[in-house]
Design a protein around this ligand. Structure first.
Ligand code: SF4
Ligand code: SF4
Length: 84
């Protein structure tokens, strides 16, 4: 699987950025179709704040798969890699 194919698995639900828990990362945005994107994508890794100012560390999704979050059942990576 190429890097591009890996990235294209994402359905842009934003769950890994807190879109389902009412306190998402302050950099999470939605486009006109309601799909999530990161406003600082190229510089996303590291410490940020949620909209209610809680600390949040942004890490590559492959590292985040060991964590749990609200709505994780929607995540394409969780679905693909935790089944195998
Ligand atoms: S910085 Fe990380 S956690 Fe915040 S919106 Fe961007 S990708 Fe999501
Ligand atoms: S939870 Fe998974 S599918 Fe949803 S935006 Fe994050 S990486 Fe993409």
């Amino acid at each position: 699987m190429t890097d591009l194919e890996f990235e294209e698995l994402c359905i842009r639900c934003g769950g890994c950025c807190g879109s389902f828990d009412g306190n998402p990362c302050e950099h999470l945005r939605r486009d006109e179709k309601g799909l999530c994107y990161c406003a600082i994508y190229e510089n996303r890794f590291g410490w940020h704040k949620t909209v209610s100012r809680r600390e949040l560390e942004c890490v590559p999704i492959i590292e985040k798969l060991t964590e749990e979050w609200i709505g994780e059942h929607v995540c394409a990576y969780k679905r693909k890699f935790e089944k195998n």
